[in-house]
Design a protein around this ligand. Structure first.
Ligand SMILES: *Cc1c(COP(=O)(O)O)cnc(C)c1O
Length: 430
């Protein structure tokens, strides 16, 4: 299957090129030329299938022409070695818990899938993945790529600007993961990575690639979740009039859900839940897309002022605001509202939300009609935001063993300045 750019000015690319390059030459996002419908029979029996079996059928529709069946199956099965249960929270409202992977957040699946697909395409050469992080992406990518042969990951993060838990999730891994502690801010890290990709000498010395969230190999596999959520609701006899609510920042996750709908997934409608960064919400209300600087919130993985996957959503709906609005509605919440929701949900139901999932839960609680059932995505474990959640609830948040294990590791990082010449010299010596 070939991939075109949302900007329409770059050559058509193969899957391999789209995965290795990430972004098209015209700075557009790659889109698959066709979105295949899955057969009715698949949906008729979906509740009898495991998560891995469901995911393989979906992956086959996207990648089956480009990756041999046995290889693709292995990639899917390796990626999904943990569960994503659907848990009842309140009448008609269910949580799809996406925090049972290595770093306890939903980005694990995309990162793990991409690592394995990249390895497949790259053959014997070592490929070096550069990733700049303000916290969560670095841990998902580092853990997703950990131990994958033929791939080395360099995580660049701003010194003193990520939480201790986040830092330990990518500095204690060793093996094929190197953490670079940059004396600067996140933007400096991002600038170093961008400069590296543009530097001819460096690119002759080593094969470089990015693991950006716009990569088709990271964002498309997220659609697996939605098929699985549907199957779990169908098993309960609750799949009619299903509404799925996605806490959104860069809109990669919800975009993969919309791909699922185009493939025939019987979800009635979607809600994109935002924190105070409400650019998409405003677009739904007015038809105008006006990106702006992000504002800092307690749901910080959604602090995005110019969602990169907006271009994909528009492309999917051929630019029609009306068509977008038929499938998606929006919601936006302030930090105060998020905190109130966490407190209320805990006292009413006993379920502890994280600040991102809280936006999703709120939107369902407010927007669900009597004949509808709702599933929101709980995108991270509340322990990842321990300080915030404890401050809100006044109760201690238990740290799951998997997260605690990181804290027992030894931090290993290489300190570098924010000057490109230092970074380049370091890489040239590897
Ligand atoms: C990345 C992230 C989001 C937002 O997902 P997008 O695909 O960027 O919309 C939501 N919650 C958590 C915990 C995240 O890490």
């Amino acid at each position: 299957m070939n991939y075109y750019s949302t900007n329409g000015k770059a050559p058509i690319a193969t899957l391999e090129k789209a995965v290795v390059k990430g972004l098209a030459e015209d700075r557009g996002l790659y889109m698959p030329e066709r979105i295949k419908n899955l057969p009715q029979e698949f949906f008729d029996h979906i509740e009898e299938l495991s998560f891995q079996e469901i995911a393989y059928q979906v992956a086959d529709a996207f990648f089956g022409e480009d990756v041999p069946a046995d290889k693709l199956k292995q990639i899917v099965y390796d990626t999904l070695s943990f569960d994503t249960p659907v848990v009842p929270v309140k009448e008609n409202i269910f949580s799809l818990e996406l925090f049972h992977g290595p770093t306890l957040a939903f980005k694990d699946v995309g990162a793990r899938f991409m690592a394995r697909l990249l390895r497949y395409f790259n053959g014997e050469d070592t490929v070096n993945v550069l990733v700049a992080t303000s916290g969560d992406t670095g841990s998902a990518v580092a853990n997703g790529f950990l131990g994958v042969e033929g791939v080395h990951v360099y995580v660049l993060y701003p010194k003193g600007k990520v939480s201790l838990i986040q830092e330990y999730q990518f500095t204690t891994l060793g093996h094929n993961v190197t953490a670079l502690e940059v004396d600067g801010v996140f933007d400096d890290c991002q600038a170093l990575v961008k400069n590296a990709f543009m530097d001819d000498e460096l690119n002759r010395h080593m094969k470089l690639t990015s693991a950006n969230s716009i990569n088709v190999a990271r964002f498309l596999p997220q659609s697996f979740y939605y098929f699985y959520a549907y199957s779990q609701m169908k098993k309960r006899g609750l799949a009619d009039n299903l509404v799925v609510c996605v806490p959104s920042g860069n809109f990669g996750n919800i975009c993969s859900a919309l791909f699922g709908k185009k493939m025939g997934l019987p979800v009635k409608r979607f809600i994109a839940a935002n924190n105070a960064n409400d650019v998409f919400y405003k677009y739904l209300q007015t038809g105008k897309y006006e990106p702006k600087d992000s504002v800092q919130t307690i749901a910080n993985a959604m602090d995005v002022g110019a969602p990169s996957n907006f271009a994909r959503i528009l492309d999917l709906y051929k630019g029609s605001h009306d068509a977008v609005c038929q499938d998606i509605s929006g919601a936006t919440y302030s930090d105060v509202q998020i905190a109130d929701t966490i407190r209320e949900c805990l006292s009413e139901t006993g379920y502890l939300l994280d600040p991102h999932g809280a936006c999703g839960y709120s939107a369902l609680k407010e927007g669900l009609k009597p004949d509808e059932k709702g599933v929101f995505l709980e995108t991270a474990h509340p322990a990842k935001f321990k300080d915030t959640v404890e401050r809100i609830t006044g109760k201690v948040v238990e740290i799951p063993p998997r997260l605690a294990a990181f804290m027992k590791g030894t931090k290993q990082s290489v300190s570098i300045s924010k000057e490109f010449t230092d970074f380049k010299l370091y890489l040239l010596n590897q």
